[in-house]
Design a protein around this ligand. Structure first.
Ligand code: SF4
Length: 294
């Protein structure tokens, strides 16, 4: 992969970022559920919300809301009393995730809080500050899973809820959570770990939307959506913004989440899209897509 996107693509990405309504978009994103919590709950809440972020956004937000309700918005308090949380979550189920899985996640996060004082400190304890986030994240997940074991006994559901970065998978949910925590507060991302984790070490959370768009824009040639593909795409974005490559993640992702991009040339949509003439569906048209009346 050539990591330097053409100047026109760099310009288009900057335009896409500039025009994107972050504060509005959080209402159609799991991140909005984290904003609904009190500030002192958001670090722990970001972990729970991110790990539940698989499937359709509406269903994800509903499941997260059920967990918040079971905790009365006090996740930190719930992490100190997992037995009570398990009772309050009785009946909760979201696809692969049961009440016991959520209880074990919150209990595991509680163990890290007890040991380190904050989740940021827990993450930093396994971070030598070198390279991207894959190494420290692997250590972090290992510590978290050992804290969860008492409540989950390593169940399949608990493992699914906390993907292991050492497998080489894209670990979209972890990468997304680290973006939420490390990027500065811009009305969407939270800026809670900014002092501890530099934004140039983040790796893009490649989901259905961003992986397809990355492929269509030529940001990666890998057909497998794995951590290597995520690094490819991040490197391409780093060539546009070396310090904050993930500023483009949410605008790209929401082209798909919002349903605006229909994966084909639709004149009314594509003529307004910053990526017109650059994605695979409009590239042949060159520059802005030709209108039917041309
Ligand atoms: S130009 Fe059209 S097809 Fe291409 S990314 Fe934009 S909305 Fe999607």
């Amino acid at each position: 992969v050539n990591h330097s996107p053409p100047a026109s693509l760099a310009q288009a990405l900057r335009e896409l970022d500039r025009a994107f309504d972050r504060k509005g978009a959080i209402h159609n994103d799991p991140l909005g559920c984290v904003h609904a919590l009190a500030p002192e709950q958001r670090e722990l809440g970001a972990h729970v919300a991110a790990m539940l972020s698989y499937g359709a956004v509406g269903q994800i937000r509903k499941a997260i809301g059920q967990v918040w309700d079971a905790c009365d918005g006090d996740l930190v308090g719930a992490s100190c009393d997992p037995a009570s949380l398990r009772r309050r979550l009785a009946g909760f189920a979201y696809r692969m995730t049961s009440a016991d899985d959520v209880t074990s996640l919150v209990a595991g996060l509680g163990c890290l809080l007890e040991e380190h004082g904050s989740l940021a400190a827990a993450f930093a304890s396994g971070d030598d500050g070198q390279g991207d986030i894959q190494g420290p994240l692997t250590v972090y997940v290992r510590h978290l899973r050992s804290g969860m074991a008492e409540w989950s006994a390593g169940s399949r559901g608990a493992r699914y809820l906390t993907p292991d970065p050492s497998t080489g998978s894209a670990v979209k949910r972890w990468c997304m959570m680290l973006r939420w925590l490390a990027r500065p507060d811009d009305g969407a991302d939270l800026g809670l770990w900014g002092d501890m984790l530099a934004t140039d070490r983040l790796v893009i959370p490649l989901d259905t939307h961003t992986s397809r768009l990355s492929w269509w824009l030529g940001l990666t040639t890998r057909k497998t959506v794995d951590f290597k593909a995520a690094r490819d795409v991040t490197d391409a974005l780093r060539a546009v913004d070396s310090l904050d490559p993930l500023r483009f993640d949410m605008p790209l992702c929401h082209l798909g989440i919002s349903g605006a991009c229909q994966h084909r040339f639709v004149e009314s949509v594509c003529s307004e899209c910053s990526l017109s003439g650059l994605c695979v569906f409009t590239r042949a048209l060159g520059g802005k897509p030709r209108l039917a009346s041309d």
